[in-house]
Design a protein around this ligand. Structure first.
Ligand SMILES: [Fe+2]
Length: 296
């Protein structure tokens, strides 16, 4: 059995011929020949920005044909795919929409009640290997934040999420407009700016809630009291000191939280994505993007 880990995939397809994105590109047999020896008891972990569930459908809650094809393709692969969420995921569809204002607005006015119920639920939530996952397919699972999963006999702490950088010019919220026409007008006025739209290209849950952070910390504390060592840490964002070391001066609440976890856990290796590079940052801290590394 083996565990492989990689960085952001940003969806199923690659975008442009130079792109390293797209899990159908990254995990094809030519790019990832190791899979010839693998089975469903081997794991490939994506450190956030999976992107396989992205499209918002205002009339029916379902995968787009391209998403369905890509997820079915992944399900047919001879390994189990695990991902933690990043800041480019449709959280409403993955984990259930909690934005009742958006659900009540013109935006979802044509979504039937039964579909709204589906949207509130997200993908099925299941207990798996010590924590909770969202099951996109039997072997394509999202690891929820703040749990210790036992994967291939290793204790793995997962904590996805990160703050988006590409929102300098704000978030446009459809629920703040009385109708589609006024929203479209505001959207047009923002052309050329760096903004995203709540419920279409940006979701509040990209940053973990206080509850998730507390659960993560408590879980690690309880584990440490039993003298446990976390073998592998998977996060999307990097701890504060890693970011400072790499020259990032803006340190947010999540990076500070991740940094603080070092005080409550003994751990082996820490892997993260988000910063779109491949670097061994410290002795046991690894930033990954397109590289696929075998770690066990
Ligand atoms: Fe990314």
């Amino acid at each position: 059995m083996a565990i492989f880990v990689t960085g952001d995939t940003h969806g199923g397809q690659k975008h442009g011929w130079m792109s390293v994105d797209g899990f159908m590109h990254r995990f094809n047999t030519e790019s990832f020949p190791e899979q010839k020896e693998l089975s469903k008891t081997d794991y490939v972990v994506i450190c956030g920005d999976f992107g396989g569930v992205w499209d918002t459908n205002r009339f029916e809650v379902k995968e787009s044909p391209a998403e369905k094809d890509a997820l079915d393709w992944l399900e047919r692969k001879p390994f189990t795919t695990l991902f933690i969420p990043g800041n480019h995921e449709n959280y409403d569809r993955l984990m259930g929409c909690k934005n009742e204002a958006l659900m009540d607005s013109w935006f979802y006015a044509k979504l039937p009640a039964a579909e709204k119920k589906k949207l509130r639920q997200g993908y099925p939530r299941k207990q798996w290997h010590g924590g909770f996952v969202r099951e996109l397919r039997p072997s394509v699972l999202m690891l929820e934040r703040g749990y210790i999963f036992v994967i291939d006999g290793k204790y793995c702490f997962a904590f996805g999420g990160a703050g988006s950088h590409d929102i300098q010019d704000g978030i446009l919220d459809p629920a703040c407009f009385p109708d589609e026409a006024s929203f479209k007008e505001a959207y047009k006025a923002k052309r050329g700016q760096m903004f995203r739209v709540r419920g279409i290209s940006w979701w509040d849950e990209e940053m973990p809630s206080l509850e998730e952070m507390e659960r993560g910390r408590r879980t690690l504390q309880a584990f440490a009291e039993k003298q446990g060592t976390i073998d592998l840490v998977f996060t999307h964002d990097a701890p504060a000191s890693d970011k400072l070391y790499m020259g990032y001066s803006e340190i947010d609440e999540l990076s500070r939280f991740l940094e603080s976890l070092k005080d409550v856990m003994h751990y082996g290796k820490w892997f993260y994505g988000h910063l779109h590079d491949n670097r061994r940052v410290f002795e046991n801290h690894y930033l990954l993007y397109e590289q696929i590394v075998q770690i066990g």
